[in-house]
Design a protein. Structure first.
Length: 240
């Protein structure tokens, strides 16, 4: 209650569910994504603020943090949730620009968030950064080289950042959500590759469960998981 939180990738899926849950808990919620219409509509509904942001653009992420600090007097929580997997393709079929774009969002986007938020959190005397990770960070799936390697790099950032700021009251925690019922799973299924893409919709975790996991990590429960990936599982006990 009363905390200020930025959630990236808040236009749909896990990010939207997290924005809604945080608002219900009484946080000042700042929604960031590229789809300005979508985040504005959600922000109007939940009493939050929408700031159109491409996380691949550092200047945009820095402006997002600055505007949040100006509006709310500080920043307590950053959820680096924005991510993409499309297009899924085996290495020899991949397009170099599209491959690099996934790294720009899933990996560099997390760095941009950390780089912009940490000074504001130091000013505040502490804070929590949640990086939405994946079982793919430590796994290998056909056609997912861009996604697995970008999530592995982001997990390394989680570890490094938590270590650097451990004594400054800033916690950096990863969360691997398992397979979640969002647009991303529709894209995975459409690719036709890998057993994980054959799952029925009902086998996926509802996005609001993930939102509650994120809220748990932002409270005292997160202390035990800093610098690591906290893993949610599907209701069949399967990891992503
Ligand atoms: O995906 P989806 P999820 N700048 O496609 C935004 C991870 N994860 O909710 O910009 C800013 O419904 C995009 O907004 P827009 C996954 O890797 C998932 O499932 O308007 N935002 C949208 O709001 C990701 O890190 C599963 O297009 C950008 C959001 O990202 C996180 O969970 C499993 C952006 C994507 O919404 C949320 O994914 C797992 C940019 N450049 C990890 N590019 C799963 N679903 O099963 C995209 O292990 N966005």
């Amino acid at each position: 209650t009363g905390k200020t939180a930025i959630i990236t990738g808040a236009s749909r899926g896990i990010g939207e569910a997290t924005a809604r849950h945080f608002a219900e808990q009484g946080a000042n919620v700042v929604l960031a994504a590229r789809s300005e219409g979508a985040i504005t509509a959600i922000a109007d509904e939940i009493g939050g603020t929408a700031i159109a942001t491409d996380v691949a653009d550092y200047a945009a992420v820095a402006a997002l943090v600055d505007r949040t600090v100006q509006a709310h007097g500080g920043l307590d929580i950053l959820v680096n949730n924005a991510g993409l997997i499309d297009p899924i393709a085996r290495l020899a079929d991949s397009d170099p620009a599209e491959w690099a774009r996934v790294a720009d969002v899933n990996y560099k986007g997390v760095y941009h968030g950390l780089r912009a938020a940490i000074p504001a959190m130091l000013e505040r005397g502490g804070g929590t950064v949640i990086n939405i990770s994946s079982g793919a960070a430590t796994g290998a799936l056909e056609g997912w080289s861009h996604y697995c390697s970008s999530k592995a790099a982001a997990l390394s950032l989680t570890r490094c950042a938590d270590k650097e700021y451990r004594d400054d009251g800033i916690r950096v925690i990863g969360l691997s959500p398992g397979t979640v019922a969002t647009e991303m799973q529709r894209e995975i299924k459409a690719s036709g590759l890998n057993p994980v893409s054959q799952l029925e919709w009902e086998a996926h975790i509802p996005p609001d469960w993930v939102a509650k996991g994120i809220a748990y990590l932002c409270g005292p429960g997160g202390d035990a998981h800093r610098g690591t990936d906290f893993s949610l599982k599907t209701n069949e006990g399967r990891e992503a």
